[in-house]
Design a protein. Structure first.
Length: 138
């Protein structure tokens, strides 16, 4: 961060590069447009193939919830209205989650332009409970 800049870095969102990110450094990286539907607004942000969707939203100034940053706790859950994500880095993500449109933004890589509703933790937990899938506490 430059001195005198108004841009602050959230120290809780500092990450080491993912394996996918390191490998992606060897090839051309695609950039997709994400439309976050949040709190009655729609905010667009670019996200590259090797970045996480959550990070793109935070960089765009959105106050998005997160905790584990590993695709485990569901705190960052969103719901895809359109588009495709790679959720293979999530620690716990089920085919039923994908079928219902849920996405864990902290561990999701965009594979197309996206339109996603944020703040879906409670909805995702109800979905998992209804199907008898493990649901994190908290
Ligand atoms: S922050 Fe825990 S699953 Fe995304």
């Amino acid at each position: 961060m430059k001195h005198g800049s108004n841009t602050e870095v959230n120290p809780c969102l500092i990450r080491v590069p993912s394996v996918a990110g390191i490998l992606a450094g060897r090839k051309a990286v695609a950039v997709h447009q994400v439309t976050f539907v949040t709190d009655g607004r729609e905010i667009q942000a670019p996200v590259s193939d090797d970045d996480y969707v959550l990070d793109a939203g935070v960089a765009a100034g959105l106050n998005l919830p997160y905790m584990c940053l590993q695709g485990w706790c569901t705190t960052c859950a969103g719901r895809l209205l359109s588009g495709e994500v790679d959720q293979s880095e999530a620690r716990r993500y089920y085919p039923q989650d994908q079928a219902a449109g849920f996405v864990l933004l902290c561990s999701a890589h965009a594979r197309s332009d996206l339109r996603v509703v944020t703040h879906q933790k409670d909805e995702m937990r109800r979905h998992r409970q209804a199907l008898g899938l493990p649901t994190p506490r908290g």
